[in-house]
Design a protein around this ligand. Structure first.
Ligand code: DQA
Length: 145
C-alpha cells in the first residue's frame, strides 16, 4: 500500500507560523510521527510540500498508477483552486482532505472548500492528529474495496 501525503502553501512554515492556530509542531516532525504510524500499518508514505499550485497539480497527476491513496492539506488553495480540484477528480485516486484548524469556525472565506466535493472525506480541527485520522480512514476504506 502506497500513500502520497501532499501539503500546500505555507505549511513549510509550521512551527513558527501562527502557532496559536496551527500549533508548534514543524511539518518535518508531523511527517515523522505519521511515518511511524504508517510503518505500524505497513504502509509506505511519500511526502510532498509545495507553495506552488502547478507543482501540486503535477504531483497529483503523477500519482496515477503509483499511489493507492492521497492525503492532502491544500492549505489556502482549498478555497481557490479549481485546478487542484480537477486534478483530484481526474486521477480518481481515493483522497482525504485534512486541515489542522477547524476552518468552519474561522473567517467566512475558509468555510468554502472547492476540494471537498471530490474527496472521500474531510478532517478538520484535530491538529496534526488529522493526518493520522486520514491514514486510518483510508486504510479502512482500501481494505474494504
Ligand atoms: C489550513 C486552513 C487553510 O484555510 C489555510 O489557508 C492554511 C491551513 C489548515 O490546515 O488549517 O494554510 O489548510
Amino acid at each position: 500500500m502506497k500513500i502520497l501525503v501532499i501539503n500546500g502553501p505555507n505549511l513549510n512554515l509550521l512551527g513558527q507560523r501562527e502557532p496559536g492556530i496551527y500549533g508548534e509542531q514543524t511539518l518535518e516532525s508531523i511527517n515523522s510521527d505519521l511515518s511511524a504510524r504508517a510503518a505500524e500499518l505497513k504502509v509506505a508514505l511519500s511526502f510532498f510540500q509545495s507553495n506552488s499550485e502547478g507543482e501540486i497539480v503535477d504531483m497529483i497527476q503523477s500519482a496515477s498508477g503509483v499511489f493507492n491513496a492521497i492525503i492532502i492539506n491544500p492549505a489556502a488553495y482549498t478555497h481557490t483552486s479549481v485546478a487542484i480540484r480537477d486534478a483530484i477528480s481526474a486521477v480518481a485516486i481515493p483522497t482525504v482532505e485534512v486541515h489542522l484548524s477547524n476552518v468552519y469556525n474561522r473567517e467566512e472565506f475558509r468555510h468554502k472548500s472547492l476540494i471537498a466535493p471530490v474527496v472521500l472525506g474531510q478532517i478538520a480541527g484535530f491538529g496534526p492528529q488529522g493526518y493520522e485520522l486520514a491514514l486510518k480512514g483510508l486504510m479502512g476504506y482500501l481494505m474494504k474495496s
